[in-house]
Write a protein of this length. Sequence first.
Length: 401
Amino acid sequence: MRSDSLLHPNLTDEELIRLVQAGDESAFTELMSRYHQRVWKVVIANSRQRRDAEEILMDIWRSVWENISGLQSVERFGGWLKRIAYNACKRYYTSVQHSRNEIPHTDLTDYIDQEAVARFRETELYDDVREAVYHLPDKVRRVAVLYYLELWNIREIHAELGIAIGTIKTRLKQTRELLRKEFGVEPESGRTMSAKREESKHVRPKIKVVGVGGAGGNAVKRMIEAGLTDVEFYVVNTDQEVLDNHRGAVPVQIGVNTTQGLGCGADAEIGRKAAEEDREKLHSLVADADAVFIVAGMAGGTGAGASPIIASLAREQGAFAVGIVAQPFDFEGQRRIEKAEQALQELRESVDSVVVVSNQRLLDEADRAMNIREAFHLSDEKLLRGLEKSITEFHSSSLKN
């Protein structure tokens, strides 16, 4: 039995899982802590009462401890864990008699999305919904079961089934259309579904703007000064002293153990490790957002290294992720320019859309000579305009859908 539990917070999930497979109980305690919220979300979505959920949760972790040694690929742990959680819920209600009268009746919502099962569980029609998912056409059923009933995210489905992410999204869209047709055309005490849709248009989506690294933080500061409203502002950095200078944005420090609370020294790899160290913190940051706009410079360390991870976490939660980034001026040097190009490519793979501001092009097109301070201010201004345009387009798209 190992006793180095103090080292476990510094381990990656994969390293931690391997220790658990070897029988390390203290590592298992840390693993439960990291994954508790994800498991609890599946349990809550598939249980009828809180006391049931608490019993099911104990069964899940007991099953994980007993079976984890047989997990062949630690990279698939997240999906494997959600399957155990979902099956535990099904087993519980198969083996134990519970009255359906415990579940209050409410009308079905007409919009079916990632949180649909969590809402349906509060109705006595939940079993009908689950039945409908299992009777979907073969082409979409497997993806629908994993996404809606077992609460896997898109990337976990991609890893499990080997289906392209774009194809998964297409199948989920087809699933939503089929489920709306099955359940969504039901009038409600004098109000038609079309009237409900009109009302829903007035509910604004939750938008979060996250400035990552020094350049991203400076741009967010400029956005706050410009009076941009109806969004939540966050700044993510490894340097606490930099975060202390921000007003109007929620500061999020990452990588204390990786950087000792200092900067990344323009090293994107350190920025990535810092984000991985506080992956759960970043997960909580984006968890309830409808759209996440990530503002960063691609030539530094934190912005280049952490932005792709934040974007991936946002998309895993079903949020629309947009990168709004600046590429360096020529005077910053060829090495930074090349590093920025590589960082931009990595970010493109993690977002739904990206807006790129070429600082050098701004400088070349300026009608007068500028000093360095003015040049960076112009870059911040362009990032602000890009953000405003992207938010407007997102609102327009939301209304159409």
